[in-house]
Structure formats: C-alpha cells, structure tokens
Design a protein around this ligand. Structure first.
Ligand code: PEP
Ligand code: MG
Length: 762
C-alpha cells in the first residue's frame, strides 16, 4: 500500500518537526482523519501518577470541549481495555460491547466502529490511539498502518515525557522539570550536586538551556552572539566569492542568501530579545532557529519545506562559532553532577574531579568505560537514562543513586529531604569502611584472597595506592593511547609503564596489551564496522599489526628491567592460535631487547583474558600455554547473553549474575584449578558485593576491581565464611534467572546487616 506508506512518512515527518508535544498530537489526529477517512480520532495519554491515568489529550470529530475532560482508569472502558491488554482492538459495534463507557455530551454514540491501538515503549503503556467511524469497518491494512504509526508516536511521547513537556500539558505554567528517571546502576553511591551539561559536537538540539541573569553577563552574551554572526556572515560571502569559479551562479546564490539572512531581520532580533530575557546565546539562538525552521517545515510546498534544513544548517554554523568562543569559560559549581547525552572517559579529564559528585548519562551502561572510570574514582554513575532532558538541566539540582540507577532531577523539597537523609547515611557507611584499609581480605573461616586494583584509566595512581590494593590486576593500556593524537612511541609507552611498575614495586602489575576496537576507538586509527564488538578488536588488531604489538611489549619489558613485577595480559583471546602467535612475538621482543642490552632478561609472566565464550571450552589448553588467566566478566557476559554492554535498550538484560554466566565462571575456574593455573577476575563483577560472594563461592583466590570497590569487597569477604559462600553458589547457579540470583544474594547481605553495601543509605 504505497500511498499509506507515503502518508505515514509525511505524518511522521510533520510530527518530528512539531514545536511541542501538544502540536504533535493535534497534527496526528488531524492527519489521520484525512488519511484514513475516519469520523473521529483521539489520543489518550497515560499519566501513571494519576488514578484516572488515561487522559484524552487530542481529538478531532467529537464534540468540542472533550479534550482534557475524558479520563479513564487502566482497565475501564474500551480505551482502558486496550491499555490493560496492551493489544490492538477492532470492533464493528463498540456501543454494545460490555466494556463500553459512555461519556455524556461527547457525541461518540454516532461512531460505533472502533479501533484502539496501544502506544507502547519498552513494555510501558504510554497511551492509546482511538479511531472511530459511523460506517465501514476497519481492515487489516488500517491495522498495519496504525501499528506502525503507534511505534513512531511512542518515540515522540517518551521524549516529551522525559523532557517534562508531557507533565506540563496537565499542569500550570509554573511546573518544573522535577522528575525521577530510571537508568541503570553504573557505579555505586548516592550523591547530590548541580548539573553541568557536557555538550558534544555542534548539534543545535543538544544545546542546554542555561540562564543568565546578571546584566553584565547578558551584555557579554550579546557581544559573543554578534561576533559569531559577523564571522559566519563574512565567511559565507567569502565562500560565495570562491565558489563562483567552480559553481553555477544560482548555486552560489545560496551562500549569499544565507549571508543576507544574517545581515539583519528576525533571526537576529528574536535571538537578541531572548538573550535580554535571560537565555545564554546558544540556547536563545537554538530557540529562534527552531521557530523559524518550523514555520518552513510546516509548509505544504516541498521546496519551501526543505528550506527548514537551510535554516538549521545556518543555525549550526553560527552555533559552532558561539560555542568555540565559550570554551574555557566554564565555571564549575562546588559540587556538580556531570550530565549529558553520552559522557566519554576523556570528558572526565576536562573537569575538576575534586568537585565532581556523580555522572548521569543518557547513553551507556554499567560496563561502559566511563562507568568503569567512575567506579575507579569512587563516584556514583547512573547510565542509560533514556531521553534524559539534559539540554534543560544545566544548573538544576540532581541526586544520583548509582545503586538503583535512578536520577532525581530538581527534586521537590519533601523528596529532597528524604534523599538528604540517605546521603548522610551513605557517608557514614563509606566512613565506616575506611577502617578496613589495612586489614586483610580474609573470610570468617580464614580463607585469604588477594585484592588488586584495575587501573590505566587515570595517570594518577594515588587512589589505587590508598585503596589498600595488593597490586594492579588489570592496567588498561588503551587509555593512554586514547587520550593522544597519534600512537605513543616506544619511549612514551616506556615512561607510562615504568611509572606504574615502579609505583607498585614489589607487587604484581598486570599490563594488558592494547584492547581497542568495539567501544574503544582511537581517533587516529579509525575502524568502521557494522558489528564492532564482533569485529576487529583487542588481540585481533595487534596481531594484524605486529608493529604496534612489538612496540608495546618491548616498552613493557624495558620498563620491567630491575623491577620484575610485570605480567602481560592478552585481551579477547578466542583460540589457541592467537596465543601462539602472541607468544612468538613476545619472545621475539625479548630476544631483541637482550641483543640490544647484551644481557639476558627474564621472560615476563604472560596471561590470557577469558572473555570470549569459545575460550571456556578450551580452558585446559589455554591454561597449558599461559602463566595465568584473568576473567573479563564484562565482555564474557556481553557475548554469552548476546547483550551489547553499552546499549541502554537492553541494559536490563545485562547481568553477570545470570545463572548461565555463573555456570560458565564455574567451568573456567574449575579448569584453571585442574591445570594449577592462577586465575583472577578483573571484570566489574569482581567489585560488586554480590559478585564477590559468587566468585568466592566458586573458589577464586584473587580479584581485581576499581579502587573505589575495594572497601566494600573487603567488608563482604570479612563477613562470610567460604563454606557459606560455596553453599550459596551451589543454590544460585540452579536458579531460573539473574533476578532470582540477585534477590537471593541481597537477602544474604541483608541478613548480615550489609544492605548498605548495595543500596543507598544504611
Ligand atoms: C572485561 O571485559 O570484563 C574487562 C575487564 O575488560 P574491558 O572492560 O576493558 O573490556
Ligand atoms: Mg573486555
């Protein structure tokens, strides 16, 4: 049905360009009446906080005045039934259906033919679309069309819901953005701070709403805006001149037309007015551009509608100038929470870490590298907060609960008071753990485990040293590579490795060879793949580039001279051949260094990461080739459960406590014990109190985790006997799913009064 597809595309485009959610809903009902030849069309939105939560928010075809008045509970009436069943319902005679509820004065009785379509996102009912006719039943084409449209509508609603727009539809003008959003727990802890929004790239729609109140600031913003306009205008005239040599004059005219739009007129005047009203330049400009682009976009004439894109393009150019002149002027509050669409490890390098309280990110999950970094810093992180309204959050109070994965944005006073209570308790728990620093990690029945730290994310080793770790169990060498603009030389690398080996002199330090690819890009070594996690990453890259590998292991071995605490770890091993090849190269590097030095050096301990499922089944053979193994539970979980570790849409499925992961861990650890090969765990599970119980139960002797996790892990170890933990895992591995396992371990922790290790407060 090509015409319907065309109609659908047209509606979706209009909805995308609608200035606000109410206009989007109105647009939909209006367009559907025409497209499907129906008599009345309604959209009910679900406001879960209200008892009669389904509220009619848009309608065409019923009597005037029904919008906002018709309300239903889930389960009540036909609309409530659609919401309850979460299924599309088609009826030829709605009025006689037992669930039909008549609303006096609506005029609905004239339209007995009914189709109700649920609007669903991530298993939640967002609303119900209702189409009604006086005659002519709906057919399966209508059904297919509406199902498709409902999925598109779900996107618009989720966005509006998170941005607070939806709530404001029901409230008065003064309503705030105050809301609680759920993401996933990225790094434990509960803290409060003022939002500082990280803005990546030049994207008009990402520009945060920041307020300027001070007269001087307003003048400053206007100057910055004028300067940006002048620069862009000049460059457009210059471009037009240059292009004249190679383009027909009508194409060049576009540049002149662009430039003229910036000479004077409403784009400039409206923006200046908004700045005067207290918006900083970039958001004043964004609002003006959106407004003008929307006017064009809503035009029927295709050519004119396309001009909306020109306006947006112009918007981006000016914005780029404005933002580049703002760099470096940022003032960070005493306590701030870093908020953004996605926050990278390098973003953290550009903020004052002593004031950073938490991270709240729209994208990412608990095993994203920025979450791991937050862990290392002991900072709570809430990841994967779908549709986080970050553009409007600058300066708002945010409470981040890194245990439950909740972000409280601009909480109301009552809620804030409650949260403050928990924050105080949280600080007490953290303080009480400090006294464990110099105590051994030993169970109540005398079983001793070694606790190491994961590092590499920071050049500063002091948090690791302060944590009481007994060495470095995983140094991620890719981070020093990522923060550079080209591959570091052998000498550069020598200095980095020497520094960490020396800092931890006398203790083992595990340096992992370069593990880039997947979600760890190198800007100067771009890799474009459809499936990066199943592609060229880790050892696969370095074996294909022996030059990179050799330089790195040579630097490691040179750094190890006279210290002798180096262990080399090979990431992403999926088969024996990779190990053989890597070992040949490491031997070659050793020979080279010996030749250069004219003396013999000791061959370092070499280990394999067990993080690709294939290695589970060859664990005995792998152990025979290496000196130690280290289990990477982040990737192992990702590959075993087929759940992208960074994808917030499936973050709920990512759990290293899944019984299948537990059984895989058991097989690996048993294999290592059989082969008498030392085995450690360096994925995030190692630092999770419940993970510690699991791994101890499986007989692990060493764990490597973020520095911030060590006190909690120690507390757990010192609170249970190994015998108890063995009994727990025997039960847990036979449970049905990760939820059951989690519930089981929470119960065990609560019984010992240790709930404060896994949730906010005591
Ligand atoms: C892992 O995969 O568990 C791991 C420790 O490595 P990374 O998180 O760096 O991929
Ligand atoms: Mg890994």
């Amino acid at each position: 049905m090509p015409s319907l597809i065309h109609t659908l595309q047209k509606i979706v485009k209009k909805v995308d360009q609608a200035p606000d959610i109410q206009s989007a809903l109105d647009l939909i009902v209006e367009n559907l009446i025409d497209a499907l030849k129906i008599d009345t069309c309604s959209i009910f939105i679900n406001f879960p906080d209200q008892l009669e939560s389904l509220v009619l928010m848009a309608n065409r075809g019923l009597n005037e005045g029904v919008v906002g008045k018709i309300k239903l509970r889930i389960g009540r009436g036909l609309v409530g039934m659609v919401a309850e069943k979460a299924e599309l319902i088609r009826l030829d005679s709605a009025l006689t259906h037992k669930n039909f509820v008549f609303f006096e004065g609506s005029g609905e009785e004239a339209f007995p033919i009914f189709m109700g379509i649920p609007i669903i996102s991530q298993r939640k009912i967002l609303g119900v679309l209702v189409l009604q006719r006086a005659e002519q039943a709906f057919d399966s084409d209508d059904e297919a069309f509406m199902t498709t449209l409902a999925t598109q509508l779900a996107n618009a609603i989720t966005h509006a819901r998170s941005s607070g727009e939806m709530a404001s539809l029901l409230m008065d003008e003064t309503s705030s953005l105050s809301c609680t959003l759920s993401g996933v727990a990225g790094s434990p802890g509960l803290t409060i701070g003022q939002a500082v929004v990280i803005n990546h790239g030049v994207n008009l729609y990402n520009v945060p709403d920041r307020r300027v109140t001070d007269r001087e600031e307003i003048v400053q913003e206007i100057v910055l805006f004028d300067t940006a306009i002048e620069q862009v205008r000049q460059s457009l005239y210059d471009q037009a001149e240059r292009m004249k040599q190679s383009l027909p004059s009508e194409e060049c005219a576009l540049f002149t037309a662009y430039a003229q739009m910036l000479d004077k007129g409403s784009l400039i005047d409206d923006t200046c007015q908004r700045i005067q009203d207290g918006y900083w330049g970039p958001s004043a400009w964004r609002k003006t551009i959106e407004e003008h682009a929307d006017v064009f976009a809503s035009m029927e004439d295709e050519y004119l509608a396309e001009r909306a894109n020109d306006i947006r393009d112009l918007g981006r150019r000016v914005l780029q100038r404005m933002l580049s002149s703002q760099v470096g002027e940022r003032i960070f509050p005493e306590k701030f929470v870093l908020v953004g669409e996605s926050i990278s490890a390098t973003d953290l390098a550009s903020v004052p870490l002593d004031r950073l309280q938490a991270i709240v990110s729209e994208h990412g999950s608990s095993s994203s590298h920025v979450a791991i970094l937050a862990h290392a810093l002991g900072i709570p992180a809430v990841m994967g907060v779908t549709n986080l309204p970050y553009t409007q959050m600058e300066g708002l109070i945010v409470v981040a609960d890194g245990y439950s994965g909740k972000a409280y944005i601009d909480p109301k006073q009552e809620l804030l008071d409650d949260l403050q209570k928990y924050i105080v308790e949280e600080e007490q728990v953290t303080d009480s753990l400090k006294e464990l620093k110099n105590k051994p990690a030993v169970t109540t029945d005398g079983y001793r485990v070694s606790l190491y730290v994961n590092s590499g994310l920071m050049s500063d080793h002091s948090p690791s040293l302060r944590s009481g770790a007994e060495g470095v169990g995983l140094y991620r060498t890719e981070i020093p590579f990522q923060i550079r603009e080209s591959f570091p030389s052998e000498d550069d690398q020598y200095r980095i490795y020497r520094d960490v080996l020396k800092t931890f002199k006398g203790m083992p330090v595990v340096l992992r060879t370069l593990d880039v690819g997947g979600d760890k890009p190198l800007s100067y070594f771009p890799i474009k793949e459809d499936n990066p996690f199943l592609g060229w990453r880790g050892i696969r890259i370095t074996l294909d580039h022996p030059d990179i590998f050799m330089t790195q292991v040579r630097a490691m071995m040179r750094a190890n001279l006279d210290l002798e605490n180096l262990h080399i770890l090979l990431p992403m091993i999926s088969g024996l051949q990779e190990l053989d090849d890597a070992l040949i190269l490491i031997h070659r590097a050793k020979d080279e260094i010996e030749d250069e030095l004219g003396q013999r050096i000791r061959f370092p301990q070499v280990g394999a990461m067990i993080e690709v499922p294939s290695s589970i089944f060859q664990i005995d053979e792998i152990c025979q080739l290496v000196d130690f193994i280290s289990i990477g539970t982040n990737d192992l979980t990702q590959y075993l459960l087929a759940v992208d570790r960074n994808n917030e849409s499936v973050a709920g499925l990512f759990s290293s406590l899944h019984p299948s992961v537990l059984r895989a861990l058991e097989q690996i650890i048993q294999g290592a014990i059989r082969q008498k090969t030392p085995v450690s765990v360096c994925g995030e599970l190692a630092g999770d109190p419940m993970g510690v119980m699991v791994l101890m139960g499986l007989g692990i002797e060493s764990l490597s985790m973020s520095a911030g996790s060590i006190p909690r892990a120690k507390k757990v170890i010192r609170s249970f006997s190994q015998e108890e933990m063995r009994a727990y895992i025997a039960e847990a591995k036979n449970m049905n799913d990760a939820q059951d396992v989690k519930g089981f371990y929470i119960e065990k922790l609560d019984e010992r009064g240790l709930g404060g290790l896994i949730r906010a407060g005591k």
